[in-house]
Design a binder for this molecule. Structure first.
Ligand code: C5P
Length: 150
């Protein structure tokens, strides 16, 4: 048991070291308009296809998280967003760590279009808990509801 405890602690330390060394950060965008947040339906991988996510993706080298949010929204939604505050805590995912940023459409920016998703929908606070979110994004449901409530 003692050896197992040490092994457990070693695993925890290894994970902490990896986090400090800079695990891959994935950003997701809580794009808010008229008290609703944009949900986007994934097309891949097969186990996530059909589930809804906050659009985003991997932060690239030399890029800030806000830069990545803006770039991903251009690529995936064909529109320009302005990044607001972080939402919720760091979420552990297979790819690394997921960080959600609230954002709004830039002045005069066109409405989002599904360039890489199979569908988009604007979701109100009342609807957020019932959406079939990808597993990682389910962890921010309560924060999304708070964000959308007046
Ligand atoms: O979209 P992309 O495949 O580049 O995302 C990278 C990883 O982040 C994937 O493993 C995806 O499942 C995860 N992700 C997530 N929630 C999001 C966006 C991405 O779990 N809102």
């Amino acid at each position: 048991p003692f050896r197992r405890l040490l092994a457990t602690r070693a695993t925890v330390l290894a994970e902490a070291a990896r986090a400090l060394a800079g695990a891959q950060v994935v950003v997701a965008t809580a794009l808010v308009r008229d008290a609703a947040v944009l949900a986007a339906r994934r097309t891949r991988p097969p186990e996530l296809a059909g589930l809804w996510e906050l659009p985003g993706g991997r932060v690239e080298a030399g890029e800030s998280e806000a830069d990545a949010v803006v770039r991903e929204c251009r690529e995936e939604l064909g529109t320009d967003v302005v990044v607001d505050a972080r939402l919720g805590t760091d979420l552990r995912i297979d790819a690394g760590v997921l960080r959600v940023h609230a954002a709004h459409l830039a002045d005069g920016a066109p409405g989002p279009r599904a360039l890489e998703h199979s569908g988009l929908r604007w979701v109100t606070a009342a609807e957020v808990p019932g959406v079939d979110w990808v597993p990682a994004d389910r962890a921010v449901v309560a924060d999304l509801v708070d964000l959308l409530r007046p």
